[in-house]
Design a protein around this ligand. Structure first.
Ligand code: GGG
Length: 350
């Protein structure tokens, strides 16, 4: 029996993950579920944001369904104990370097997209975010300058092997889709980005059928709201990918609609699946969160880690049907509760 680790985490994480689990259980796929503490919940319950038992569970599991981490009550803790360290640690420990963040505009959400009325809503793209390098994992600290000023620093670094492996995933994805790849960097300013661009160009020689477009990150942000339909696969670094996928989420209606998969292999290996949104402590426990991103993340888990593409398709079709039928949580301008939105998706599975 496949084992799925449920790491619900903080804030709205438990609410949205519960709906994703409900959908998986309704499909009766013979999956075993085991829950683990993570984030602020891990710190409070076991003294660490990523307790050893949770890491062990994630390593034993065939897939990890992750909610969200982040808790204002932990703001004063030293960095190593902050909830966010749990997700960074899991990605690093499990070698999950490739983060697929599909941004698709579902039928019925055209008016929810935060775009000018004249901008075409033909959005069906994947942001491929590198996940285990960049400024997130470079040397960091606090020091004192010669003038006696406190100075924080975070080193941005990529080696060519890290860039090559994510570029290969980008080209492989482009080959399966529209054979168009945007590589996003800041090569006019950053040395890491110049290396990124050089390595992406080297990898491109193995994919002559793919149209490769290099784009600066600032331009990519503008182009996403000016003409989002031009993008199909966008490959970029850890920080740019984090920021641009939040931006893309509003082009398709809400951050509550974007799932993600963190992978080390395209299929057949343990991956971590989570909505791209955070813990949203301001609405935690109120039943206001949109569970669609978590439910769609569960579909990605079935497809990439459990080799169950048919039930994955069923889930995605059920979410699309619920949205097309008018189901809306408050982030989409509606009044449905988290569990009522889960019910609407479940109804589409029947
Ligand atoms: N479900 C996403 C989540 O919990 N995000 C919290 C966070 O701080 N993530 C770090 C990152 O992805 O950059």
């Amino acid at each position: 029996m496949p084992l799925v680790a449920i790491l619900a985490g903080d804030g709205i994480g438990p609410e949205v993950t519960a709906e994703a689990r409900r959908v998986l259980e309704a499909l009766d796929l013979g999956i075993d579920f085991e829950e683990g503490l993570v984030g602020g919940a891990g710190y409070r319950g076991a003294g660490h944001p990523l307790p050893p038992a949770t890491l062990d569970l994630a390593k034993r599991a065939d897939g990890v369904l992750f909610g969200a981490v982040g808790d204002p009550a932990c703001d004063a803790l030293e960095r190593a104990m902050r909830p966010e360290q749990a997700i960074l640690g899991l990605r690093k420990e499990l070698g999950l370097f490739a983060n697929l963040r599909p941004a698709t505009l579902f039928e019925g959400l055209e008016d929810a997209a935060a775009l000018r009325p004249d901008v075409a809503r033909d959005i069906d793209m994947v942001i491929l975010r590198e996940l285990t390098g960049d400024v997130y994992f470079g040397e960091k600290g606090l020091r004192t300058t010669g003038e006696g000023l406190r100075q924080g620093y975070d080193v941005m670094a990529y080696d060519e092997a890290e860039v090559r492996r994510i570029a290969i995933v980008g080209f492989e994805m482009a080959m399966r889709r529209k054979k168009r790849l945007h590589s996003v960097d800041k090569a006019n300013v950053l040395e890491t980005s110049q290396l990124w661009r050089d390595v992406v160009n080297e990898v491109a020689t193995g994919y002559p059928e793919v149209a490769l477009i290099h784009m600066y990150a600032d331009n990519a942000a503008m182009q996403l709201v000016r003409h989002p339909g031009q993008f199909d696969v966008m490959v970029t670094g850890n920080m740019f990918g984090d920021i641009l996928s939040d931006l893309a989420s509003m082009c398709v209606g809400s951050i509550g609609m974007l799932p993600s998969a963190a992978l080390r292999e395209w299929a057949g290996a343990c991956g971590l699946y989570e909505p791209i949104h955070g813990s949203a402590p301001d609405i935690a426990g109120q039943g206001k969160a949109n569970p669609c991103a978590a439910i769609l993340s569960a579909a990605m888990l079935l497809r990439h880690s459990l080799d169950m593409p048919e039930p994955a398709d069923r889930i995605e079709t059920a979410v699309a049907a619920a949205i097309a039928g008018g189901a809306r949580t408050p982030d989409l301008g509606g009044t449905l509760s988290t569990s009522a939105m889960g019910d609407a998706v479940l109804a589409g599975l029947a």
